[in-house]
Design a protein around this ligand. Structure first.
Ligand code: HEC
Ligand code: HEC
Ligand code: HEC
Ligand code: HEC
Ligand code: HEC
Length: 451
């Protein structure tokens, strides 16, 4: 038996090419089978499966004609061709060599696959996304780590499954990489993210809209600037609702999530905060258009048109920053991250948070110095409470203000609610009127009760 390659291809370069191509083919089919079998469900797998492995395969294939061409030129130049010896499996020595080569090849493929698998795992991790570009992603990564989605990979929301999404995200990623190299990353990173996929293909992989129903109780604790940091509690009974009309629960705020109710809108500025036109299509296809008086057709023609989905309300599900220093201090105090037993604790915390600091390091030192100074004259202040309020204020600052990325309170509007930002009232303001005079209502009770 002979290794039956055309004699022209029996040269070292071509043979290396054959080996590479074969190995890549095997890796490709193994990964493909794993993906189709559902063992690997990861957007970055596509990067490997559809880009890196085929690239290797192609290089292998290209080496074959290259070797042939080179040998051809040598022959033409009258030099002896570098023919490899005939492999004769009747010889025990040849069999040993062949066996060893086969074993090594298997081993190499195993190593290669494991390395590739590890790379995929790493690239899908939040650490990779959150820290590779250092300060660029710092605000989002910091907020993400304390969000309800802290265990959800960035790519689950930002890329989603499928090869198409991956290619799109890689095209965008290449531009971002260029910005990073040329030091031109915009600060702050602009929101909304225009390349975000429809929520149906990301959020709804985990959240099943038709299942959600009922009310949600929220307690908002606020503290006064007096000596005792007096507490007031606002209780909101949010009519989240949801479901589908057929199931008998098609109401409440998640009326909006109902696939039977389609709301489209046009925003006339980049942040989607000004929405002068809204169109509602119900399940029977009936439509109603609401417009704010004085809106011109030119304004609408230039605006951005979108169909509402989860992200139009939940635009900060993983990157929630506090809207103000006051609210941040209140939340930290309610969670016990700052002691209330120091006199004027809330007032001092807010003052320390609102001061201007040039960098995060300067802020950490500045907060420490300021609070020590504020409590120095008070002999009664326990060092333990002082240490806690300093740590609490530093923590609040570190997850909300990022001087390097020009991110501070209220840089990113949060569309849930209507007090700190326009939010729901971008549409529910009684000024969006249909031809028959009906308006998108601002009736408090339709969204929440205050028991
Ligand atoms: C639960 C889903 C989800 C996860 C998980 C998630 N994000 Fe986001 N991210 C969003 C949404 C939604 C937006 C805002 C989109 C919009 O406003 O159009 C966003 C916006 C951003 C922005 C733009 C700037 C901004 O603050 O709006 C960056 C940068 C970002 N995310 C990075 C990350 C990184 C890094 C991770 C992982 C450490 C991550 N995201 C994890 C949903 C998510
Ligand atoms: C990989 C799964 C996954 C994806 C994708 C995902 N979520 Fe979640 N989400 C969760 C889990 C798990 C929780 C519950 C966390 C908890 O209760 O601690 C959650 C909680 C939430 C909550 C409740 C937060 C709270 O304060 O209680 C909202 C709102 C939410 N997700 C919205 C979204 C939106 C919007 C998207 C898409 C941009 C999204 N999620 C994508 C898994 C996911
Ligand atoms: C019209 C705005 C709006 C839309 C659209 C919307 N939500 Fe909500 N959602 C809310 C509000 C408001 C709440 C309650 C307030 C809160 O949790 O902060 C809520 C609550 C939730 C919760 C927490 C429920 C609970 O009982 O704790 C989840 C999970 C959630 N939404 C997921 C989604 C998903 C997934 C989508 C898209 C399919 C979506 N929402 C679309 C406004 C919206
Ligand atoms: C279109 C629905 C909707 C309408 C109408 C509405 N609200 Fe709200 N409201 C919300 C949502 C959503 C939140 C935020 C809940 C959260 O933060 O999770 C909120 C939050 C609030 C809060 C707490 C704000 C905070 O964080 O301190 C107050 C107070 C409030 N609403 C009062 C009112 C009053 C008064 C009216 C009637 C004029 C009204 N709302 C009408 C949806 C609505
Ligand atoms: C882009 C515009 C827009 C935004 C933003 C918006 N809504 Fe709506 N909402 C509508 C329209 C349109 C309707 C349907 C009005 C009608 O009945 O014709 C509606 C209806 C509702 C209803 C009534 C459902 C029913 O039972 O009839 C609730 C509750 C509601 N929205 C809550 C909210 C909350 C809470 C927010 C903010 C988190 C919000 N909406 C943000 C456009 C919007």
């Amino acid at each position: 038996m002979r290794l039956d390659l055309p004699s022209a291809a029996r040269n070292p370069i071509s043979l290396i090419g054959v080996a590479i191509a074969t190995a890549m083919a095997v890796v490709f089919f193994v990964l493909l089978a794993l993906e189709m079998g559902g063992q690997l469900r990861n957007p970055y797998l596509g990067l490997l499966l559809f880009v890196a492995v085929p690239a290797g395969f192609l290089i292998g294939l290209l080496l074959i004609p290259l070797g042939i061409w080179r040998q051809h030129r040598r022959r033409a130049a009258g030099r002896a061709a570098e023919e490899w010896p005939v492999i004769d499996l009747r010889l025990p020595r040849t069999r040993t060599v062949m066996f060893t080569v086969a074993l090594m090849t298997c081993f190499n493929i195993l190593v290669f696959s494991l390395a590739a698998y590890g790379a995929v795992h790493h690239m899908e991790s939040a650490e990779f996304c959150g820290t590779t570009c250092h300060s660029t992603m710092e605000p989002e990564y910091a907020a993400y780590q304390v969000s309800p989605h802290a265990r959800v990979a960035c790519v689950s929301c930002h890329v989603g499954p499928g090869a198409g999404a991956l290619v799109e995200s890689k095209v965008a990623g290449t531009r971002q990489l260029w910005q990073l190299f040329t030091n031109n990353v915009p600060a702050p990173v602009p929101a909304p993210v225009r390349t975000m996929r429809p929520a149906r293909e990301t959020c709804e992989n985990c959240h099943w809209p038709e299942k959600s129903h009922g009310d949600k109780l929220r307690q908002i604790r606020e503290y006064a600037d007096d000596e005792k940091s007096t507490e007031t509690v606002t209780t909101l009974q949010l009519h989240v609702g949801g479901g589908r009309a057929e199931l008998g629960v098609g109401s409440g705020i998640h009326w909006h999530m109902n696939i039977d109710n389609r709301v489209e809108y046009i925003a006339t500025e980049a942040e989607r905060q000004t929405i002068p036109w809204v169109k509602f299509t119900d399940r029977s296809g009936r439509t109603r258009e609401y417009t704010v008086e004085g809106t011109t057709p030119e304004q609408l023609a230039q605006g951005e048109r979108r169909t509402m989905d989860c992200i139009d309300c939940h635009n900060r599900p993983a990157h929630t920053f506090d809207p103000s220093a006051e609210r941040a201090a209140d939340t930290a105090m309610a969670l016990g991250q700052m002691p209330r037993d120091l006199p004027f604790a809330r007032r001092e915390a807010v003052t320390a948070l609102k001061a201007d600091y040039a960098s995060t390091d300067a802020a950490m030192a500045g907060i420490d110095a300021r609070l020590r100074e504020a409590y120095r004259p008070q002999a009664g202040a326990s060092p333990e409470a002082l240490a806690r309020i300093i740590a609490g204020v530093q923590g609040v600052y570190a997850r909300n203000v990022f001087p390097a990325m020009k991110v501070a309170w209220s840089t990113y509007p949060n569309n849930i609610g209507h007090v700190a930002f326009p939010g729901c009232f971008r549409c529910h303001d009684e000024n969006h009127k249909a031809a028959d005079g009906t308006a998108i209502k601002q009736d408090c009770e339709s969204c929440h009760a205050m028991p």
